[in-house]
Design a binder for this molecule. Sequence first.
Ligand SMILES: Nc1ncnc2c1ncn2[C@@H]1O[C@H](COP(=O)(O)OP(=O)(O)O)[C@@H](O)[C@H]1O
Ligand SMILES: [Mg+2]
Length: 262
Amino acid sequence: MTTPKHMVELRDACMQFEEKKVLNGFSLKVEPEERLVIMGQTGSGKSTILRLILGTLRPTSGSVFFKQFEITRLPRRKLQQVRRHIGMVYQYSSLLSSRTVRDNVALPLEELTDKSRAEIDKIVDEKLDLVGMKDSKDLLPEELSGGMKKRVALARALVLEPELILLDEPSAGLDPVIASVIDELIISLSEKSKVTSITVTHEMDSAFRIATRMGMLYQGKIIEEAEREKFKQSKNPVVAQFLSGSTEGPILEGSLDAITKK
Ligand SMILES: Nc1ncnc2c1ncn2[C@@H]1O[C@H](COP(=O)(O)OP(=O)(O)O)[C@@H](O)[C@H]1O
Ligand SMILES: [Mg+2]
């Protein structure tokens, strides 16, 4: 099998949880420095895709590559090393509630490097500055708004200078103005640090702001992928329905079937 030259590649990945097939022949290639957004309905398998790339979940079949590494075959130790090059921003930010902003951001550096306290402080300051949170260093997560938590989660994802960041519904639960601010921040950070990003979301406005390229996940596969402007004009009935929010089309039919079968 040839080694891929892409930043990320999934080849024919299937993921089944007991009876439920979530991904079914999912294939995707992500090139360096692009901002790929994968859209899909809630429950369609978006978070699952990110977990497969991060290697916290192994596919039932198929393979997942990060650069030259086949994530699905790496021994645990090597996987942990490789994972340092990938930053993850979880849907609910997942900050440790008992630790300050500074300590949350410092955590990956403390756990995974042997840098001194002074070096760590310098990096933490720099990353908090990037996301506009330098003045909130000593606050606890409960003292932060949703948008501020997301900024801290972004800073934490960047401390190890990753080549790839994975963002799970970055604007979920934020009000529209704050959501756009976070989207703009994602764009400027990815441009500044030349990092590749994969964002999964069901929020269209956010998707169109962030993406350089977009993919539509439906019934376990990418059914359409294109540069942002092309994607907008897609004639694929599922994409067209998702983008217009119409009740007419294949999407609701499928889920109605599922409802009436229950
Ligand atoms: N660890 C798991 N065990 C069983 N089912 C799971 C697990 N993780 C996800 N699922 C199921 O897989 C489907 C897709 O989940 P997910 O990837 O979280 O969707 P999305 O992020 O698009 O909302 C859901 O039906 C979910 O219940
Ligand atoms: Mg999810």
